[in-house]
Design a binder for this molecule. Structure first.
Ligand code: MOS
Length: 690
C-alpha cells in the first residue's frame, strides 16, 4: 500500500515508520531514506513526455499532493493498509501552484499560415471568446494494479497497461537491465481510456518492492489513489478569435490554447490539429502553451486534444452561425475545405457532407425552429445542437504471428491490448476472414511482451496497425497453403492457378468449381507439416501523400428545466465516416460509449483541486460525477458504408476517439438553443445556467 504525500509541494523532513513496522503482518516500509538509487536511464520509447520523470523514492522532494512517498509491504492487504496509515511523514511544505490562470506559461508551440491577426482585425464579423474545459480523470472501472516478481535479474510484471512494449522498456530503463530481461503480461485491461498509456510510478514501486522483498509483490491503487497516481485530461483555456464575412465564410481564426502540465514533465497532445485543418480559410494562427504546475503529469484521455479543441471551435462556429442567422450546418458546409489547409494534401477520404445530410435526415434537423428559447415542453426548454467530430487516423508499426495448425485451427498472437474496444474479437475476425476459417477455429492472443511488438493501444490505431499486421500474416499463411497445394501432384488443386484458389471454412477450392479442393487438414497431413506460420507486419508509409482523418457529425436534443437549470440529454445521433467497419456490433458499442463519455464531460466531469494545498477534493466516484444509466437517453450511431484503402490494408480510419469528439459541443450548442444562454465552460452545471 502506497503512502501518499499530504502536502502539495515541499520537502519530506522525516519519516517515522516505527509504529507501522510494529503492526502484525507489516514487513517493510520503503521510502527515499532506504530505497536504492535506481539507474533511471532515458526511455525514449515509453510515452514519457519531455522532462524528468518522477523518480520514485529517489529524493525528499514533494512535487504534488498525493505523490507516492513510501510503500508498506505486508503479508495481507489489510495489514498493509493499516500500516500505511501508521507511517508518520513530516514535511516542510510550501504553497503549491495549481491554478492554470495564475501559473507561468512556457513559450508556445506555434503554427501560422497567412496573416491571421491582420485578417481578423479587418473582418466584417468578429468573434472573440474563451472556452474553459475542466480537468477530467479517466476513472476506469478496474483500478490500476501491478504484480511484480523477480527471478534473479529477470523481472516479470502483470500490469494494467495499454502498451506492453512501453511498460517493458520503461521498467528496463528504470532498473538498468536489458529490455529482454523484462516480461510484461496484460491479457485484460479492465478499461482505461488512456490512463494506461504509460507506466506510472506505482508500477516502478511494485518492481522495486518485489526486488527488496525477494518475493512477488502485488499493489492495487485505491480509487482515491487513481486521482494522484495516474494521469488525467488537463484543464484547458482555449481562446478563439474568428473573422468571417456576412455570408459566414471564415477568413481568419486565431487559437490561443493553454493547458496545465506538471513541474517536471511537459505533456502536450494534438490540441492544435483541428484548428489547423478542420475548416477552410487562408489565415490561421495557433499558439499552444503549457503551464507547469505543482500537479502530477497529465496524459491522453479519450479523443485527446481533439475533444478539447473541438469544444472551443465547434462552440465558436455555432456562435458565429447564430450571429449571422445561418443554420449551424450551412455555415460548416460553407467552410468545408477541398484539401487539408495545413499541409495542402488532399484528404484520403472526407465524407463530412454526407455525415451532415444523413444526420439532418435521420435526426429531423429541418424541423428545428432556429430561434433560441423558442421550444417548450411544460417547464422544460427544448433545444437541439450539432457539432463536427474529427480525429486523425494514427497508425504505427506492428507485427503479428500467425500459425495454421494441422488440425485446421489457427493461433494468432500480437503484443497489443484490449481495454474494451474488442481487440480479441476484431483481430479474430480479421484473421479468420483472411485465412478462410470460421471464427471459432481461430484463437487470438495478446497482452504478452514476448509476442510480436505493436504501437500503444491508443489513439484509435489498433485496428489499422495491428489489424493490418494480422491480415498480412494471415495472407502469408493462406498463400503458403495454396502454394503447397497447387505444387503437390497428390492435391486435387495441383497446377491450378493460385489466384483461382479460395479458402472457405478451412477448405481450399477452385473459385468456379468448389467441388475441386481439399481442407487445410488434408493438405498439412499429407505434407507431413505440423503447421504453417508467418510473421505479419504493417508499417505506415513514411511520407503521407494524403491527409488522413476520421469524421463525424453529432446531433443532440436537450431539455433544460427553466427553474432548476438541470440539463437532460433527450436523444443523440452520431453519423461517422470512419472507414471500413470491421465489426458493426463493436463499432456500435464504441459509438455509444463515446457518446456516454461525451455526455459525462459535457455535464458532469470535473476534477476539483483545493488551491490551498493541491488536494483533489472529489477523488471518489460519489463526488466526481460520471454519466450513469439515468443520464443517458436513446443513442443512435450510423456509420457511412465504405473504406479508406489509402489508410491501411483494412481500410479502417479508427473510431474509438472520433465518437467522443464533438459530443460536448453538440450538447452545449443544444443548451444554447434551448435557453439562449451560451455556456463556455465544461462541465455545464445548473449553477452556470442559473
Ligand atoms: Mo486513447 S486516449 O489513446 O487510450
Amino acid at each position: 500500500m502506497i503512502v501518499n504525500a499530504s502536502v502539495g509541494a515541499g520537502r519530506i523532513t522525516s519519516i517515522d515508520d516505527r509504529a507501522a513496522l510494529a503492526q502484525p503482518g507489516v514487513q517493510t516500509v520503503i521510502s527515499h531514506r532506504n530505497a536504492p538509487k535506481l539507474p533511471y536511464r532515458d526511455s525514449p520509447n515509453a510515452n514519457n513526455p519531455d522532462g524528468n520523470r518522477l523518480r520514485v523514492f529517489q529524493d525528499d522532494q514533494v512535487r504534488f499532493f498525493g505523490q507516492p512517498v513510501a510503500v508498506v509491504l505486508a503479508s495481507t492487504l489489510e495489514a498493509a493498509q493499516h500500516g500505511a496509515r501508521m507511517v508518520k511523514v513530516q514535511y516542510e511544505a510550501r504553497q503549491p501552484a495549481t491554478d492554470l490562470r495564475t501559473g507561468q506559461a512556457t513559450a508556445p508551440t506555434s503554427y501560422a499560415r497567412g496573416d491571421a491577426d491582420r485578417a481578423f482585425a479587418a473582418a466584417p464579423v468578429k468573434l472573440d471568446t474563451t472556452y474553459e474545459m475542466a480537468r477530467n480523470h479517466h476513472n476506469p472501472m478496474e483500478p490500476h494494479a501491478t504484480i511484480a516478481q523477480w527471478d534473479g535479474n529477470r523481472l516479470t510484471v502483470w500490469d494494467k497497461t495499454q502498451w506492453i512494449g512501453g511498460t517493458q522498456r520503461e521498467l528496463a530503463a528504470v532498473f538498468g537491465i536489458p529490455d529482454t530481461s523484462v516480461r510484461v503480461l496484460s491479457p485484460f485491461v479492465g478499461g482505461a481510456f488512456g490512463s494506461g498509456l504509460r507506466a506510472w510510478p506505482h508500477v516502478i514501486v511494485s518492481a522495486l518492492a518485489a526486488r527488496l522483498a525477494g518475493k512477488p509483490v502485488k499493489l492495487v491503487l485505491t480509487r482515491r489513489q487513481l486521482y494522484s497516481s495516474t494521469g488525467f485530461r488537463p484543464r484547458y483555456d482555449y481562446r478563439v478569435r474568428a473573422g468571417a464575412d456576412r455570408q459566414g465564410r471564415l477568413n481568419a481564426m486565431i487559437h490561443d490554447i493553454s493547458a496545465e502540465t506538471s513541474s517536471y514533465e511537459t505533456f502536450t497532445e494534438a490540441a492544435m490539429a483541428p484548428g489547423q485543418m478542420l475548416y477552410s480559410m487562408p489565415n490561421v494562427r495557433v499558439d499552444y502553451r503549457t503551464v507547469p504546475l505543482d500537479v502530477n503529469t497529465p496524459i491522453w484521455m479519450r479523443g485527446p486534444g481533439y475533444a478539447t479543441a473541438s469544444f472551443a471551435i465547434e462552440s465558436a462556429v455555432d456562435e458565429l452561425a447564430h450571429e449571422l442567422r445561418l443554420d449551424p450546418i450551412a455555415i460548416r458546409q460553407r467552410n468545408e475545405p477541398a484539401a487539408d489547409g495545413s499541409t495542402g494534401l488532399p484528404f484520403s477520404t472526407r465524407r463530412l457532407r454526407e455525415c451532415y445530410t444523413t444526420g439532418t435526415r435521420e435526426f429531423g434537423w429541418d424541423k428545428r425552429n432556429p430561434t433560441p428559447r423558442s421550444t417548450r415542453d411544460g417547464d422544460l426548454l427544448i433545444g437541439t445542437g450539432m457539432a463536427t467530430a474529427v480525429y486523425d487516423t494514427a497508425r504505427g508499426t506492428a507485427q503479428a504471428y500467425v500459425r495454421l495448425d494441422a488440425r485446421g485451427t489457427a493461433l494468432v498472437q500480437s503484443a497489443t491490448s484490449d481495454m474494451g474496444p474488442g481487440t480479441y474479437t476484431s483481430m479474430t475476425q480479421a484473421a479468420a476472414d483472411a485465412l478462410g476459417l470460421t471464427m471459432d477455429t481461430v484463437r487470438f492472443q495478446l497482452g504478452d511482451s514476448a509476442m510480436p511488438p505493436t504501437p500503444p493501444h491508443g489513439g484509435s490505431m489498433t485496428m489499422a496497425s495491428v489489424g493490418s499486421a494480422v491480415l498480412d500474416g494471415s495472407d502469408k499463411v493462406r498463400t503458403q497453403a495454396i502454394t503447397l497445394a497447387v505444387n503437390d501432384v497428390r492435391s486435387p488443386l495441383h497446377q491450378v492457378n493460385p489466384a483461382d484458389v479460395i479458402v472457405r471454412n478451412g477448405r481450399l477450392a477452385v473459385k468456379n468449381n468448389p467441388a475441386r479442393g481439399e481442407t487445410y487438414q488434408e493438405l498439412l497431413a499429407r505434407q507431413g507439416r505440423p503447421h504453417l506460420e508467418a510473421i505479419g507486419g504493417f508499417a505506415p508509409p513514411e511520407q503521407n501523400r494524403s491527409s488522413f482523418y476520421a469524421y463525424g457529425a453529432v446531433f443532440a436534443e436537450v431539455a433544460v428545466d427553466a427553474r432548476l437549470g438541470l440539463v437532460r440529454v433527450r436523444r443523440m445521433l452520431g453519423v461517422y465516416d470512419a472507414g471500413r467497419i470491421v465489426s458493426p456490433k463493436l463499432a456500435e458499442s464504441q459509438a455509444i460509449g463515446g457518446m456516454v463519455g461525451g455526455i459525462s464531460a459535457a455535464l458532469l466531469e470535473h476534477t476539483v483541486t483545493d488551491p490551498r494545498d493541491g488536494r483533489i477534493v472529489n477523488a471518489n466516484l460519489a463526488d466526481y460525477l460520471v454519466a450513469v444509466n439515468a443520464d443517458v437517453p436513446e443513442l443512435r450511431a450510423i456509420y457511412l458504408d465504405g473504406n479508406d484503402p489509402q489508410a491501411d490494408p483494412l481500410g479502417v480510419k479508427g473510431l474509438g476517439e472520433v465518437v467522443y469528439v464533438g459530443v460536448a459541443p453538440a450538447i452545449a450548442n443544444a443548451v444554447f438553443h434551448a435557453t439562449g444562454s451560451r455556456i463556455r465552460n465544461l462541465p455545464i452545471t445548473a449553477e452556470s445556467l442559473l
